[in-house]
Write a protein that binds this ligand. Structure first.
Ligand code: GLA
Length: 749
């Protein structure tokens, strides 16, 4: 076993060796010593699930490398001496070997996972392997690999949780300052993955308010691609912290080829970097270091958020299904449960309601077979700060006694008496300029000395990095729950992002962005300890906080404020790449749609809403008798098959970028399925598109029945067909009118 010797030479010595020159200024005596890396055993460490393998090798110099992520390989020890690069020269000159967690320092000069500045002002860190341990529990094997800088006392533990059946590996890093002086973490990624292929197609998700999760496919060239956000909260408004990467292709494929997918569990500023070097593609994922260098005191550790990885050899579809399976088992709070259908008051009543408005809505919801009523914004604030519009009241979470003198318990009890659950809206991180809270605690507002505090929707952000604000926010939730013992659901909203950031409480402003999110999670943990059963929806002007960080505490999200069913095909399609259908709040609203003005048939709106967690968000009195009958019918049929939406496997059949959108969910045993088909544009009634179904058992015979209509659109309706036939070209519903839609239920004989 070779030992590696490192000579640390003073810059002065390098520049002015003993040649007669003398250095300007103070020339110190050379005090450098040779530090030796302790001897380690070269070895391969395999982190593996049933179908995915992440291979690390400790090389002869003790450096931890990563040379494989993907297909399981027999006899992985053969990777021991593999360099994992497309050029040797790159490695020798630039130290660009496939590092498992590269640091600023040594020969490495590409995008690092870790950049540390030490108390003496130096920036070099070179980690070597000191050991690893493996433990297993409940189908998850955890491997922790320990690394240490060979000069300073900085230590890093890389943690990899391999979810065996789900084929997902969740990883994060833990950075410990074992020295006696503070250090500064300038970059501190959760996870790093070097990938070796000839071509890379990146799929990522960008958006805006009411325009979330647009799918972008992009071939990566020889440069750096960064996906990030710097807006602090509502962090997924512009970009989602997740991606898919198709290997050795420039063409996106749902069903074929190798795909790596990753999602960061962090509800704040994030950074995903794809650094294509001559040797490979290096992916680093973690908290965005923007304005967030983190000072780590002697003895302290920093635990980075989880990065969730998977790999598929069957295209993007399988990568999504792996993530969904993991989400249901552990990634989403209550991810294995079925959330109730509901009527939400927002688009039906906005701020204008009294008890009668609400009890009438409850009667109508019960009449249509819905299972919950949710009272949205507008129930709190009094006097000049009454929440009668969005200009006042946030922060003052007392019941608005003028609007609802009967109290929340009266409404909740009314719902329960009708057999419905009850939910209520809060936005506890916010305060409107006009509120008692602003007057009482101006120091709780996110602000910077002497500067304008910009409003957004007339509101300011509370500084959740401050423990006093954390207590307040927990208290808002807690007191709301005390308004009635019949509160089953909370919609937690968050309608702005960070401007002019600053915290009156923080001594070190660099901590604000990180500690805001940590504070948010602390509050959510406290809430879950006290209220494990309550269903919590995460809303942030719709889908501006959709990530696996908050989903560890929430049951679902409000996917978008855009309830136009045609727009929703695209938004929900994009969301489905990373997140399961069970979390997607998906509501039928009135036409003309309040956001887009578009008019779509009620059936189209229902069929689309039924691809997620079905709800309605309208004034039921605005529906005609005929529409009510259709609503009843769609709700009833959804309740019969919705376990497929919540627990089945998703197959995306046609992307809504085309003139059609089609998808299906198949039960785990492949005996039942539901297929949705939406026509988005009229072309010709002569053109009939054939759908190739997916995920069925080729040998089983399925009875196919169209739901929600008396005028079936497929010639084979009510017939029995093999999975083989349905998956290979025999299924061609006649759907040609603009916004015609169909739902088919399949059950094996
Ligand atoms: C945000 C939410 C909506 C609704 C309103 C209430 O816009 O996304 O669903 O709750 O706030 O003000």
């Amino acid at each position: 076993m070779m030992k590696r010797h490192f000579l640390l030479l003073a810059a002065a010595f390098l520049l002015f060796p003993a040649t007669g020159f003398s250095a300007p200024g103070n020339r110190k005596k050379d005090s450098h010593t040779v530090v030796t890396v302790p001897e380690v055993r070269a070895q391969v460490i395999s982190v593996e699930t049933d179908g995915v393998q992440w291979l690390f090798n400790v090389d002869k110099a003790g450096v931890l490398r990563c040379n494989h992520f993907g297909k399981k390989i027999a006899a992985p020890e053969q990777f021991l001496d593999f360099t994992g690069a497309r050029t040797r020269n790159g490695i020798e000159k630039y130290g660009d070997a496939a590092m498992a967690y590269p640091t600023v320092g040594g020969r490495y000069s590409n995008e690092p996972a870790l950049h540390v500045k030490y108390a003496d002002g130096y920036h070099n860190t070179e980690l070597y392997y000191t050991g690893h341990k493996v433990s297993a529990q409940d189908g998850v094997t955890t491997t922790t690999i320990f690394l240490k800088d060979y000069v300073t006392a900085l230590e890093v533990a890389l943690v990899y949780e391999a979810w065996q059946k789900e084929n997902v590996i969740v990883s994060h890093s833990e950075i410990t300052n074992g020295g006696k002086k503070p250090v500064e973490l300038i970059e501190y990624a959760s996870s790093f993955l070097p990938v070796l292929a000839d071509k890379y197609l990146l799929t990522h998700f960008w958006g805006h308010w009411a325009y979330e999760m647009n799918v972008e496919h992009e071939v990566l060239g020889y440069d750096k691609k960064v996906i990030e956000t710097r807006i602090g909260v509502s962090a997924t408004k512009l970009n989602n912290p997740a991606f898919l990467l198709s290997l050795d292709t420039e063409e996106y494929s749902e069903r074929h080829g190798e795909v790596i997918a990753g999602a960061l569990a962090w509800s704040g500023n994030f950074k995903l970097c794809f650094d294509r070097t001559i040797c490979r593609l290096n992916i680093s994922a973690g908290i965005n270091p923007f304005a967030s260098s983190y000072k780590l005191a002697a003895g302290d550790s920093f635990i980075t958020p989880d990065m969730i990885w998977t790999w598929s050899s069957n295209g993007a579809g399988q990568a999504s299904r792996n993530l969904h399976a993991w989400a249901r088992k552990g990634g989403v709070y209550g991810g294995d449960k079925i959330n109730p259908t509901l009527l939400n008051s927002w688009e039906g009543a906005y701020f204008n309601f009294n008890a009668k408005t609400l009890t009438d809505m409850i009667d109508d919801a019960a009449g249509m077979g819905l299972e919950m009523f949710v009272l949205d914004d507008g129930w709190f604030g009094n006097g000049e700060y009454a929440r009668d519009n969005d200009r006042a009241g946030l922060g003052d979470w007392e019941l608005n006694t003028a609007k609802l003198p009967e109290g929340i318990d009266y409404i909740a009890s009314y719902a329960h008496d009708k057999g419905l659950k009850f939910g209520i809206w809060i936005e506890p991180e916010m305060v409107t300029r006009k509120s008692n809270l602003t007057n009482a605690h101006p120091e709780w507002v996110v602000r910077s000395p002497g500067r304008e505090i910009y409003t957004s929707r007339y509101q300011w952000l509370l500084d959740l990095s401050n423990p006093a604000v954390q207590d307040f926010v927990f208290g808002v939730f807690d007191r709301t729950m005390q308004l009635s013992d019949k509160i089953d659901y909370i919609k937690w909203d968050c309608n702005r992002f960070v401007n002019s950031f600053g915290s009156d409480w923080q001594k070190d402003q660099d901590r604000f962005f990180v500690e805001y999110v940590q504070g948010y999670y602390k509050v959510l943990r406290r809430i879950r300890e006290k209220y494990p059963e309550v269903i919590i929806q995460c809303c942030s002007s719709g889908g501006s906080r959709v990530d696996y960080g908050q989903l560890a505490y929430h049951n679902e999200v409000w996917t978008s404020d855009n309830t136009d069913a045609v727009c929703r095909t695209r938004i929900q399609y994009g969301t489905s790449f990373i997140y399961p259908a069970s979390i997607m709040g998906s509501h039928v609203s009135i036409v003309p749609n309040h956001q887009s003005g578009a008019v779509t048939p009620l059936k189209f709106r229902f069929d689309l809403a039924c691809t997620g967690r079905l709800g309605m968000e309208l004034q039921p009195k605005d529906l005609s008798e005929e529409e009510r009958v259709l609503a009843d019918r769609c709700i009833q049929s959804y309740k019969q098959y919705r376990d497929l939406v919540f627990t089945g496997n998703l197959y995306r059949l046609v992307a809504p970028e085309e003139d059609r959108y089609a998808l299906m969910y198949v039960s785990q045993d492949k005996r039942r399925a539901v297929v949705y088909d939406f026509n988005l544009r009229y072309e010709s009634r002569d053109i009939i598109r054939t759908l190739r179904l997916d995920g069925l058992d080729a040998g089983l015979r399925y009875k196919v029945r169209e739901l929600n209509t008396d005028r079936p659109c497929w010639w084979g309706n009510e017939g029995c067909f093999t999975g083989d036939f349905l998956m290979n070209g025999g299924f061609n519903p006649r759907l040609y009118r603009t916004y015609a839609s169909a739902v088919f239920y399949l059950e094996a004989e």
